[in-house]
Design a binder for this molecule. Structure first.
Ligand SMILES: *Cc1c(COP(=O)(O)O)cnc(C)c1O
Length: 404
């Protein structure tokens, strides 16, 4: 008998509910730096990816407004029809100059860009070898491309080598996050570059969380690992994180990038990024390149948080980036923490399966150049307080916390 889709999704939802895996959206009414008015309360946020504090930066917002007044609100058509604007070109050139690569190509989002790269380069018989903790968009990209997907244990370059050796005669790509989005640690890029070279595989680095924050002039994890386009022919830059804007670019080898521009379906069959959005990204890139103080402030925030957490007996994960997860184990524990923190005026999201593996729920604390030492100390005190409250059994749903 044919299954009823309505019944099936109702059952799946009941199961998610029983596992504390229902996701709800919160309503942000206003934002002022790291402070958010959420559902009628002001909270200090430690969950955005605006690591350099560029999303509200005056010049970035101004660039968007100026361009929108001139060029309109929309992208109007795909890049290959009449949607490719001068400012798109300027942004691509600025990126190529900053990241010291031959060419850059804009995409509507990082998600789309990942779909494009894998689809345009790999066919049905080829293999995409990926880190087990890669971002969902890379996994989906391999699935949609129809190629074989082989995963290796987290950060295990030898595991990648074994996977490549098991399929010696097909086209191969090794794809990895540069900075892992839920763990904050770095991929072993130099080892992966070596493995890729000896196996004639193409190394693709998704640097959504690295560009802007890491490496010389904020050029990202590839530059931090002292690798160039020969070793890493393609990398992903996203504008929605450290650059405070929206959209993405694939940068690297000129022939490969041209191939994407001419053949990738997620490039051809979608509306161009609005020029105003590209103008905002361009302004943000210029600031990210030269305002080193933003990275310095971010680094100071990371160091202060890690030291304070250690002093208070918290076990953090091995991350030195802006992503500082606090392991919680099961989803109830993570939710109890998030709730206790919110009661004290902090907004931090509890990350649960399927975003992370079973038993690896966590608070994903993210730091920004805009957090002051006082913000961080207050968060640390709130974390200690939340831990005590949860240990005493006032965790999930305790009314005492609601009014703290
Ligand atoms: C956020 C993210 C993406 C997707 O980028 P968007 O521009 O938000 O679509 C891709 N890869 C990683 C590692 C990310 O963190």
């Amino acid at each position: 008998m044919r299954p009823r889709l309505h019944e099936r999704i109702a059952q799946a939802r009941a199961q998610r509910d029983a596992q504390s895996r229902i996701r709800v959206r919160r309503h942000v009414a206003r934002r002022d730096g790291v402070r958010y008015e959420v559902d009628g309360h002001w909270l200090v946020g430690f969950c955005s990816n605006d690591y350099l504090g560029l999303a509200h930066q005056f010049g970035v917002v101004n660039a968007l407004q100026d361009s929108a007044a001139r060029d309109g609100a929309g992208g109007m058509a795909s890049h290959l029809v009449c949607g490719h604007h001068q400012v798109h070109d300027a942004l691509e050139r600025e990126l190529a100059d900053w990241l010291q690569v031959p060419r850059a190509l804009l995409f509507g989002s990082g998600y789309l860009a990942n779909l494009a790269v894998v689809q345009a380069l790999l066919g049905d018989d080829d293999v995409c070898v990926q880190d087990r903790l890669n971002h969902a968009s890379l996994i989906d990209a391999a699935r949609l491309a129809g190629c074989k997907l082989r995963r290796y244990p987290h950060c295990d370059a030898e595991g990648a080598l074994r996977q490549l050796r098991s399929v010696p005669d097909v086209g191969a790509m090794v794809a990895t996050d540069g900075v892992f989005s839920m763990d904050g640690d770095l991929a072993p890029l130099r080892e992966l570059a070596l493995v890729s070279r000896v196996q004639h595989a193409l190394l693709y680095v998704d640097d959504a969380h690295g560009v802007g924050t890491l490496g010389p002039d904020g050029r990202g994890s590839v530059a931090a690992a002292r690798l160039d386009t020969t070793a890493v022919p393609l990398q992903l830059v996203t504008f929605g994180k450290a650059l405070g804007s929206y959209g993405a670019a694939v940068v690297g080898d000129a022939d490969l990038v041209r191939h994407l521009a001419e053949t990738a379906r997620p490039y051809i069959y979608t509306t161009a990024l609005p020029p105003a959005q590209a103008a905002a990204s361009l302004a943000a890139v210029k600031l990210a390149r030269r305002e080193h103080w933003r990275r310095e402030k971010l680094e100071a925030a990371i160091a202060r948080f890690r030291e304070g957490a250690r002093k208070r007996g918290f076990e953090l994960m091995a991350s030195n980036t802006a992503i500082q997860p606090l392991p919680c184990g099961d989803e109830e524990h993570a939710l109890a923490y998030a709730k206790a923190l919110e009661a004290q005026g902090f907004w931090i999201s509890a990350i649960r399966p399927p975003t992370v593996p079973e038993g690896k729920s966590r608070l994903r604390i993210t730091l920004s150049a805009l957090h002051t030492p006082a913000d961080i100390d207050a968060l640390l005190n709130a974390l200690s307080w939340a831990r005590d409250a949860i240990d005493q059994g006032f965790g999930n749903g305790a009314p005492a916390l609601e009014h703290a």
